[in-house]
Write a protein that binds this ligand. Structure first.
Ligand SMILES: Cc1ncc(COP(=O)(O)O)c(C=O)c1O
Length: 346
């Protein structure tokens, strides 16, 4: 689907989407109030819808995925605590060190496989102050990212998610899912989000990635958790007023843009298989389970990016001589052909 004719195929990220005409019209018509005062009806509706979908008591609409994660981490931890996550986790690599600056927490990294941790690894990574003669920080939170971005869009199995949550609970840790692409995971695995997140205390859900809303993420959890999170949102400067204009886009996205993620996944598959068959590139096809395709380049990735741009394809040059194709709601079958042809010309 592309309503914005463009000469370029922008696959830098699934965050580059523009609100569709239908989305813009619901935004324009949205009933709004003052969300800091708690009376914006569209924000309330979005929060209630997502809390229900995820089988949680309450939800909080915030500005970004980073803010949702930061608020969750801060709500779950106290200074001196430690957070367990995979070595590729977005909260560790790309959120400005918020876990340290905003929470005063350290991180215990897990050497997962393609961004996916096992319960056994999580168990080993949890350190407790008690019994360590006060040498260790206090491991109090386990954070799982599903799908795993740097893991190539790979999804956790339900069994692994349940086992990790169980190990966390047995060891006195709260559990958070960075669900920036949780609906991609749900569509890819066929597991309903409420079941997927059943044993997790909180989930951050992005509306502005595959779902195509211009702004916004929603944090879900228990009423008590969300009440505390609400205060942290305020302290982080995230209280907003007529946010219903943005919440309307989120409601439209959850009504119209979830099922269609399957199309993004099949286009990503087509791209991945075609590129993997080329001499200058390889793709870990097992990791391609959703909308992201990380391509290993046998020629310099920086040159590939410049040359692809000349073919009208926009992409980032990433560490380890890789580039990423992020398929999203504006990418058509024709664009897929252009992407493949541009790679073939390298
Ligand atoms: C897995 C993951 N979590 C969180 C975020 C942060 O989202 P935002 O860019 O809205 O802050 C991203 C962004 O790409 C992400 O990929």
């Amino acid at each position: 689907m592309r309503e914005y004719p463009s000469e370029r195929v922008d696959v830098r990220s699934d965050t580059v989407t523009q609100p569709t005409a239908a989305m813009r019209s619901v935004m324009e018509a949205a009933k709004v109030g003052d969300d800091v005062l708690g009376d914006d009806p569209t924000v309330i509706e979005l929060q209630n819808r997502l809390a229900k979908m995820f089988g949680k008591e309450a939800a909080l609409f915030v500005a970004s995925g980073t803010m949702a994660n930061a608020i969750a981490l801060r709500t779950h931890t106290s200074p001196g605590d430690e957070i367990v996550c995979d070595k590729t986790a977005h909260i560790y690599k790309y959120e400005g060190g918020g876990y340290a600056a905003l929470c005063g927490a350290s991180i215990s990294l897990v050497d997962g496989e393609g961004g996916i941790m096992t319960a056994e690894q999580v168990k080993k990574a949890i350190r407790k102050a008690e019994g360590s003669g006060s040498h260790y920080p206090d491991g109090t939170l386990v954070c799982v990212e599903n799908t795993s971005n740097l893991g190539g869009g790979a999804c956790y199995s339900q069994e692994a998610l349940d086992e990790i949550a169980a190990v966390a609970k047995e060891n006195g840790c709260a559990t958070h899912i960075d669900g920036a692409r949780i609906f991609n995971a749900s569509i890819a695995t066929g597991v309903d989000v409420a079941r997927m997140c059943r044993d997790y205390d909180s989930v951050s859900i992005c509306l502005s990635k595959g779902l195509g809303a211009p702004v916004g993420s929603v944090l879900v959890g228990s009423r008590e958790f969300i009440n505390k999170a609400h205060r942290w949102r305020k302290m982080f400067g995230g209280g907003w007023r007529q946010a219903g204009v943005l919440a309307a886009a989120g409601l439209h996205a959850i009504d119209h843009h979830i099922e269609r993620l399957a199309e993004d996944h099949s286009r990503a598959r087509v791209v991945a298989e075609a590129i993997d068959a080329m001499e200058n590139f390889s793709v870990d096809l097992d990791a391609v389970q959703s909308n992201l395709v990380y391509v290993n380049c046998k020629i310099p990735a920086s040159e590939v990016v410049v040359s692809l741009a000349e073919h009208g394809i926009d992409m980032f040059d990433l560490p380890y001589n890789r580039v990423r194709v992020a398929i999203h709601l504006h990418i058509t079958d024709e664009d897929v052909e252009r992407i493949i042809a541009a790679f073939a010309a390298q």
